[in-house]
Design a protein around this ligand. Structure first.
Ligand SMILES: CC(C)(COP(=O)(O)OP(=O)(O)OC[C@H]1O[C@@H](n2cnc3c(N)ncnc32)[C@H](O[C@H]2O[C@H](COP(=O)(O)OP(=O)(O)OP(=O)(O)O)[C@@H](O)[C@H]2O)[C@@H]1O)[C@@H](O)C(=O)NCCC(=O)NCCS
Ligand SMILES: Nc1ncnc2[nH]cnc12
Length: 274
């Protein structure tokens, strides 16, 4: 039986998680990603599909929050939320007809939801990321032995995969995404510009296994370089910044490359400060 506080906390966190996914999907323009203008590098995704997928995950996040509420940070918690997270992946595939829209987001935002429910009074995003990292670092004895794109890519390159990112307490959000968002807001930029700069700050740093899976090492380096240049030229504020954005979009879309991991981390950043 859920307590009233537990139920309210779960409902609120799940609604914030879904909103973060919707806000990320609606943010336009985004290089190589699905947005309100087009489907970027994806022939099997659309904005409608992304929104359907986000809505379908409400129950997953609510259940993660519910079991995590005031729970000690231990292996039992890790295994409980892994079970729900795997069901969430199935829900996503059911809602999208088999398209992988939000696997990385279920992982990252699932862990952050769990940490926020463990510490319902905590407002410091850094403490939430640290706690999520601790939860992610426990062994999940029921993890199925699957061969994933992320694992295949990690075998070839020495990179920070989605798992490492979480287990280290989300260093890319802590050091790049969140500071970029706060900086842009402080500079008085529009919320849309601030979020696009946040995405590009993440792209400039994340070892995105989606990019490496479809492309190669030099693609990842070029995407990081163009994203850095965009930020260096103050984003959409300057002609060169806008040129860099167009070049980045052209680079991704002509090669079918998608920074899906950065998109997930943008949604996670928005969730953390909601
Ligand atoms: C630990 C898991 C995340 C599994 O990780 P692993 O690396 O083994 O598996 P992947 O299947 O490759 O999924 C990782 C997804 O994470 C995103 N991502 C990639 N790089 C990073 C990074 N450096 N940091 C953070 N996040 C990252 C990315 O997700 C997005 O891309 C997906 C679309 O990919 P795409 O390549 O376009 O589509 P595919 O259909 O897969 O391939 P093609 O079309 O190219 O053929 C989209 O979903 C975005 O979300 C990676 O895909 C974790 O899933 C896990 O272990 N879960 C078990 C349950 C659990 O423990 N849950 C606990 C909390 S809920
Ligand atoms: N907007 C988006 N487009 C493509 N893949 C994604 N994965 C997460 N968000 C995405």
């Amino acid at each position: 039986m859920l307590t009233l506080n537990q139920a309210a906390n779960g409902k609120e966190l799940a609604s914030k998680a879904v909103k973060a996914l919707i806000d990320e999907a609606l943010l336009t323009p985004k290089p190589g990603l699905v947005d309100a203008g087009n489907s970027g590098s994806h022939s099997d995704m659309s904005l409608e599909l992304m929104l359907q997928s986000a809505q379908a995950l409400e129950t997953t996040f609510r259940e993660i929050a519910s079991v995590s509420y005031l729970h000690p940070v231990n292996q039992e918690l890790r295994e409980k939320i892994a079970f729900i997270g795997r069901l969430g992946e199935k829900e996503m595939l059911l809602a999208t007809g088999g398209v992988n829209t939000h696997k990385g987001a279920i992982w990252a935002i699932g862990l952050l939801t769990s940490a926020r429910a463990v510490l319902p009074e905590e407002n410091d995003p850094n403490k939430i990321m640290e706690t999520a990292g601790e939860i992610a670092s426990f062994k999940d004895r029921y993890e199925p032995a699957l061969k994933t794109h992320g694992q295949a890519v990690k075998k070839n390159y020495q990179i920070m995969s989605a798992k490492d990112e979480a287990q280290h307490g989300f260093p890319t959000i802590r050091n790049e995404g969140l500071p970029a968002l706060l900086r842009a807001r402080k500079a008085g930029k529009t919320e849309q510009a601030a979020r696009i700069e946040t995405l590009l700050a993440l792209m400039a740093s994340v070892d995105d296994t989606c990019i490496l899976h479809r492309g190669n090492w030099s693609d990842l380096l070029e995407i990081k370089r163009l994203a850095k240049e965009f930020l260096l030229w103050d984003g959409f504020e300057t002609i060169i910044g806008r040129k860099m954005f167009d070049r980045l979009t052209e680079y991704c879309e002509s090669r079918r490359l998608s920074p899906g991991g950065s998109a997930d981390l943008l949604a996670a950043t928005l969730f953390l400060i909601s």
